[in-house]
Design a protein around this ligand. Structure first.
Ligand code: DGJ
Length: 817
């Protein structure tokens, strides 16, 4: 809900308020963004705002407009500040929470807009002129060329989104020589159901001269206070989105990407929390961008005790020429606030992603369990190998077979053929359709890998169109994985890709596409004439054009984004592709960091998570099959290992895993994810239904600490007075876990790592502990279940929990009364 009265603009979501006023008629002051203040939250009993109560909101919002509360919230300017520059009266723009700030007005903080006039002047005088308020999304959203937050499903509890446009005009005397002006619009849309407000900036050139945009933020937010912690999500290939904290002090903090993609180095999702905030308590703001290209997030702690946050396109290499009559749209930025710590803000973002980002037709659809042949075969496969893999997958209950890289052109390694999307029938032993039909006859769906934004130097496409490859003529080329980026700024390139992929998708019954993108950009240059300063942004617009055309034409195909693992995990991609391959690193221990970091901004249903071989192909770390599954089940489950070489025991374990996942799939893929505990080398995550009746919890041990604390299982968000049955998921303990200790119980000597140990291990494994408890919600949440002892070198009883380094357990939690 948004209300406008007496120049007070109040945006209200379920638990937050965002209040603006115009102190001098020229600038917009942010009076408050945070916990809801214009009415006590209506969440006490139901967590929802009932329809009738919503209708009252317009009136209750008037608490803000009775003048008294507003007067109390306004910044006071009793005295001029030393050598500060003055605006109206004693007002100093450098010391006020603004929504937009002009260059050249004495606000020396980081600025949201650097706009160069023909004569080189960068000062602007955008003054607030007008506002427009309407129900629904931003009216010009389809002109932006970028994905935007969707309206979502109407609900009786919360209303439709509302949009507010705050209109500023720059009409400096003598500037354009006529009465036309530049116009700047700040667009706000309030999504009541998930406590999210989105923002974007729109710049309209209604003058007769060209302006150059050197830097334009999607949003600027000023808050009071300086005691904040900035949480960013950073990494590298196979180490994506690890959470890092920076305690802010006076100064400017910056994160972002100049890779041409959102990148695995710094994700556009950031959090700003109170210094004392925990997972469940304290003020926490979170920000993201619906964009897949170069981005930048900046935070300045000012000398006046305020903090400014800017997010948007990264200005490095960016220079947009805004010609007369043209409009520039920034990507849509996303903000949320919660007073319930990091989990509160994460859960708001999760609801927003599920309800307003991923394609409508995938919002409720459950994702299939897949087998991907990449780590099973790499490039070395033929029809027989693929079919054997598919047969085993079908026997184990897996639902979708994904054929990864190497099926086209002459691609038997990564040096050739990208761009030549014609089937290698020799390698596949026949047409793609015949293979797909055979795999479908086994009861599996079929999916295929593509990398459509690339061109190999060794390819027919490169021979025909060297000018489609992104490089600068006359300069040395820098290749990544032997390939160039394709120039998606050119319409003919986009038409070619849409055409050839449409043909592929029509050629057989393909239900899933893995869309890979393996090299970041280096040169920002088009041989087709795209202005270099606009190249990076126009590439992203071109990418969205291609993705939109293909996903509109094939709405039932499930697309999974991928970029050398998780190099492009962002809301832009999720707007077309409901899940993304989280990382090439499938080691369970590393995944706890990667999936854990990713969970701050994105729900489990967006994270592709596969069980792969041990030792792991990225880290060479050994973990049990049970542990690998337990961690992967906290995302969208898949398998990526050679199933044909599994032992009898491993098959049995996997088939039980798939059964377990399917039985709990709806909960795992649509439930509320909570980080419950992370201390003493022990991590607990939980996914529960909205009502708090059912949950699955993961307990992960980073290391085995002998004779230290025993494990305690906690939960969150359950019903205090209800009774729950808590059960550990059945598990198996491989014989080799015990090394030569096995000889303490074996009647014959078994040599460690010997043939006999291997033979026994293939057919036999010990049963893991059986633990079952009946416990009240309050006891489970506030006291915790003291689980059976862990194996610590003495004795092994029936209930002993054998958990070494990097080991996990799953627990089901079900309300029984
Ligand atoms: C990188 C991806 O992340 C992998 O999963 C795999 O698809 C390879 N590319 C194939 O080249």
């Amino acid at each position: 809900m948004i209300t406008v009265k007496d120049h007070i603009y109040t945006m209200t979501t379920r638990d937050t308020s965002y209040v603006l006023s115009t102190p001098d008629g020229k600038n917009i002051e942010n009076l408050h963004y945070g916990k809801r203040i214009n009415r006590a939250p209506l969440t006490a009993d139901t967590g929802k705002i009932a329809g009738a109560e919503r209708a009252e909101l317009t009136d209750t919002a008037d608490i803000m407009t009775d003048g008294k509360t507003v007067q109390a919230l306004k910044e006071k300017y009793n005295n001029p500040y030393g050598n500060a520059i003055q605006s109206t009266g004693n007002m100093t723009l450098d010391n006020i929470c603004l929504e937009f700030s002009n260059a050249g007005t004495g606000d020396y903080r980081i600025l949201p807009l650097i706009l160069r006039r023909e004569d080189g002047c960068i000062s602007t005088r955008f003054y607030f002129a007008d506002s427009v308020l309407y129900e629904g999304l931003y009216k010009d959203r389809d002109r932006t060329g970028m994905p935007y937050a969707r309206e979502g499903e109407p609900s009786s509890d919360t209303g439709r989104p509302y949009t507010l446009e705050m209109i500023y005009r720059n009409k400096a005397e003598g500037e354009s020589g006529d009465d036309k002006a530049l116009e700047l619009r700040l667009i706000y849309t309030a999504f009541e159901d998930c406590d999210v407000i989105t923002r974007r900036t729109v710049l309209i050139n209604d003058t007769s001269v060209t302006y150059v945009i050197e830097d334009i933020a999607s949003m600027m937010l000023d808050l009071h206070g300086t005691d904040y912690v900035l949480k960013t999500f950073d990494g590298m290939w196979t180490r994506e989105r690890h959470a890092h904290d920076k305690v802010l002090e006076s100064g400017i903090y910056e994160t972002g990407s100049v890779h041409g993609i959102s990148s695995n180095v710094h994700n556009p999702f950031i959090m700003l929390s109170d210094i004392d905030a925990t997972e469940d308590h304290g003020d926490c703001y979170a920000f993201n961008l619906i964009y897949s290209g170069n981005h930048r997030e900046r935070v300045e702690v000012s000398e006046y005790g305020k903090v400014r946050i800017l997010t948007g396109i990264n200005p490095q290499g960016f220079e947009y020429r805004l010609k007369p009559g043209e409009t520039f749209y920034t990507p849509e930025a996303v903000m949320t606030y919660s007073d319930k710590g990091f989990n509160g803000a994460s859960q708001n973002m999760h609801r927003f992603v599920t309800g307003h980002i991923i394609p409508d037709n995938f919002r409720r659809s459950l994702r299939p369990v897949l087998i991907n042949n990449w780590e099973a075969t790499y490039f070395d496969f033929n029809r027989r190998k693929l079919l054997n893999l598919a047969k085993d997958a079908a026997r184990l209950g897996i639902e979708l077979f994904v054929l990864d890289d190497g099926w086209f052109g002459i691609r038997n390694d990564d040096t050739t053929s990208l761009g030549d999307w014609s089937v290698n029938e020799k390698k596949l032993g026949g047409s793609l359709k015949s293979l797909v039909d055979e795999i479908k006859a086994l009861g599996l769906k079929f999916g295929i890998w593509v990398e459509p934004e690339m061109i190999s130097k060794k390819s027919k496409l490169y021979e025909a169109h060297p000018d489609w490859a992104v490089s600068v003529p006359g300069m040395e080329d820098y290749l990544g994985r032997n390939q160039y980026n394709l120039d998606y700024t050119l319409p003919e390139v986009r038409d070619y890709i849409v055409g050839i992929l449409s043909k592929l998708l029509k050629s057989a019954d393909i239900s899933y596409v893995k869309w890979d993108m393996n090299r970041p950009f280096t040169d920002l240059y088009s041989k087709g004439g795209t202005y270099p300063g606009e190249f990076a942004h126009r590439y992203v617009l071109g990418l969205y054009d291609v993705m939109k055309r293909l996903t509109d034409a094939f709405p039932h195909v499930l697309f999974e984004g991928c970029s050398a693992g998780g190099s492009r995990f962002d809301l832009g991609i999720l707007s077309f592709m409901p899940q993304i391959w989280t990382s090439d690193d499938t080691d369970a221990n590393e995944r706890m960091m990667i999936q854990g970091g990713t969970s701050y901004g994105y729900p489990p249903s967006t994270m592709g998570a596969h069980v792969s071989a041990s030792p792991n192909h990225q880290t060479l770390r050994e973990t049990t099959l049970e542990t690998r599954f337990d961690v992967a089940s906290m995302g969208v489950l898949g398998y990526e290992l050679d199933l044909t070489r599994l032992s009898h025991m491993e098959r049995k374990i996997i088939s039980e895993q798939v059964k377990f996942y399917k039985a709990h799939r709806e909960l795992l893929q649509t439930g509320v994810f909570t980080r419950v505990y992370d201390r003493h080398d022990r991590v607990i995550w939980q996914i529960a239904d909205d009502e708090g009746d059912h949950a699955v919890a993961l307990l992960y041990r980073r290391s085995s600490e002998p004779n230290k604390s025993d494990d305690i299982l906690f939960a969150k968000g359950l019903k205090e007075d209800a009774l729950y049955k808590v059960r550990v998921k059945e598990s198996k303990i491989p014989v080799k876990t015990f090394g030569n200790l096995i000889n303490m119980v074996s009647p014959v000597h078994i040599k460690e790592e010997g043939v006999m140990q291997a033979m026994i291990g293939k057919a036999y494994a010990m049963d893991g502990e059986v633990e079952e408890y009946t416990v009240s919600g309050a006891a489970l949440m506030y006291a915790g279940i003291r689980l059976n002892s862990r194996f610590i070198g003495t004795g092994l009883g029936e209930g002993t929990r054998v958990m070494g380094d990097h080991s996990a357990r799953l627990y089901t939690i079900d309300k029984i009364g």
